[in-house]
Design a protein. Structure first.
Length: 89
């Protein structure tokens, strides 16, 4: 099964974090590519585990995926933004 997802990568200290949207799976590595590779493996394990538990369809639907001609399609992203807000601390 082929599943598409969008990835965000950022740095936290000496580690790079990769986050797969909309699956909400993340991993890290010492380089951006290392973080992406670790995240790809985390996504594979996440989906395999859901399939083993019989919840894959529910997990994908909850993440916004939908069936299209027998394949799963990722949600259409309207945009990815970096925003900020002021909060009382």
């Amino acid at each position: 099964m082929k599943i598409d997802y969008t990835v965000q990568v950022w740095r936290e200290g000496k580690q790079y974090i990769a986050h797969a949207m909309p699956l909400d799976v993340a991993s890290s590595g010492e380089t951006p590519e290392g973080a992406r590779e670790a995240m790809d493996e985390a996504v594979r394990l996440f989906l395999s585990t859901a399939a083993e538990h019989g919840t894959l369809e529910e997990v994908l639907e909850d993440a916004g995926y939908y069936r299209d001609d027998g394949s799963w399609r990722a949600p259409d992203w309207m945009g990815v933004e970096q925003r900020s807000c002021l909060a009382e601390a």
